[in-house]
Design a protein around this ligand. Structure first.
Ligand code: SF4
Length: 428
């Protein structure tokens, strides 16, 4: 399936897009002349590690029952397993736009449910969006307009190492070259050095920061505050932040739902979104929900346009049926509601399937290790490294093209899924 006759890049590639987090930075410089790809400009530690992984070989890249097999044998075995299943599940979905589209088509043919490995965080946002809507912004707006950024319950940098460099620390904008953006952390602070000078931190337990945001709402509404502290922080500190918010020309509150991993975290997201709405009565403010790792934003977007719903949609009845709770892959597997799992992870070697005795097919990146060998394993190429593709950025406003950077012996996820679907069609 890989096309060895396709022209391969050589030497230094400029303006390469990076698929390893939701920023999808498109300015990397990559040296392709050595045995391994080398990021020589505009990278970050995550990009250096992921681009620099040893290229795979065909040896042991495809296995059936733990034994080396041909790709055709593996595709046939996968088609047999999914064809024999009463309730298949296609999950992980760490792939690009074409890969998710192929997964969606296979799900339609097989009557499978679709879930993404990052869906738990997504659902925290989705519940709020469904319940009350939100006002959000884009990375370009942050870069060009924001003069106050509140970072809620995350450090951002761990998952998006260049966020501050690209969106906050820039002095030049479309409208001038004297831009400054103040950063205030609420909850935990930055992991290392503060990302920009003048950063302030309101340290509190992230599971209680909604109390502080509720106090900000009260200040905005002019209601009296009887308490002396909220989330363990003096009311005077919250009052100072309320005044800073009111004085902002364009304020933004950013959060990463993946980092708000505690019970009822959706309530925290809800309070943030309601605060943003309140602040717009006084000045311009917007939310910035951050994500996009392992193609989660792309998966949600593609399934949305293919089925009318986002992640956690089942096609078992022949009609799309969305349920953010019932179609959780972990829940379906732990309760025995799925009798087959097809797991996809083409960006990460560590995002392996949940522990399960259910028959499993894995389309994974070279270098994956398993506690239990899947019934079928097919090494797939990584979009933006081994083959071309497209990925949506975290703010969903643009799908960036990814370029192939080396010759790869591995097929893409979309090629393998299309082959499984074709084999399934032939046996129907
Ligand atoms: S910040 Fe993200 S997209 Fe940008 S280079 Fe690093 S890993 Fe890649």
């Amino acid at each position: 399936m890989p096309n060895p006759s396709s022209p391969q890049p050589t030497g230094e590639i400029r303006d390469a897009a990076c698929p390893f987090c939701g920023l999808v930075c498109d300015d990397l410089v990559i040296d392709t002349s050595g045995a391994r790809l080398k990021v020589t400009g505009n990278g970050c530690p995550l990009a250096v590690t992921e681009f620099g992984r040893k290229p795979g070989t065909a040896k042991g890249a495809v296995r059936v029952g733990g034994r080396p097999a041909s790709l055709e044998e593996a595709v046939a075995a996968a088609a047999r397993l999914i064809g024999a299943s009463k309730q298949p599940l296609i999950a992980g979905l760490g792939t690009d736009l074409a890969g998710v589209r192929a997964a969606s088509q296979l799900a339609e043919r097989a009557g499978a449910a679709l879930d993404h490995m990052n869906a738990a965080g997504f659902v925290r946002n989705l519940l709020v969006l469904q319940d009350s809507g939100w006002i959000t912004t884009t990375l370009s707006e942050v870069r060009n307009h924001a003069d106050l950024l509140i970072v809620a319950g995350t450090d951002i940098e761990t998952r998006m190492p260049r966020f501050f460099e690209r969106c906050v620390a820039n002095r030049e904008t479309l409208f001038g070259d004297r831009r400054q953006c103040e950063v205030v952390y609420v909850g935990s602070g930055p992991t290392g050095e503060p990302p920009v000078t003048g950063t302030s931190i309101i340290r509190c337990d992230p599971t209680r920061m909604h109390e502080g945001f509720a106090v900000l709402r009260a200040f905005m509404a002019g209601r009296p505050i009887g308490a002396e502290s909220a989330a363990g922080v003096p009311i005077a500190t919250w009052k100072a932040l309320a005044e800073r918010c009111r004085a902002a020309r364009y304020g933004v509150i950013a959060w990463m739902a993946a980092d708000l991993d505690f019970p009822q975290a959706d309530m925290t997201v809800q309070v943030i979104c309601e605060l943003v709405r309140d602040l717009n009565r006084h000045t311009r403010f917007a939310g910035l929900p951050l994500g996009g790792s392992d193609g989660d934003v792309t998966a949600d977007a593609v399934i949305l346009w293919q089925t009318g719903f986002g992640l956690r949609t089942s096609l078992a009845s022949g009609q799309p049926d969305h349920d953010a709770y019932h179609y959780s892959a972990e829940r379906m597997l732990s309760r025995g509601e799925a009798d087959f799992l097809l797991w996809v992870s083409s960006f990460s070697t560590t995002r392996t399937p949940p522990a399960t005795e259910t028959p499993t097919v894995v389309l994974g990146r070279d270098g994956m290790a398993f506690e239990r060998e899947p019934d079928v394993f097919i090494t797939v190429g990584t979009p933006g490294v081994d083959h071309a593709g497209h990925l949506f950025r975290t703010d969903r406003v643009v799908a960036l093209p990814l370029r192939p950077l080396r010759r790869s012996p591995h097929p893409s996820v979309s090629e393998v899924l299309a082959a499984i679907e074709a084999a399934l069609r032939e046996t129907a």
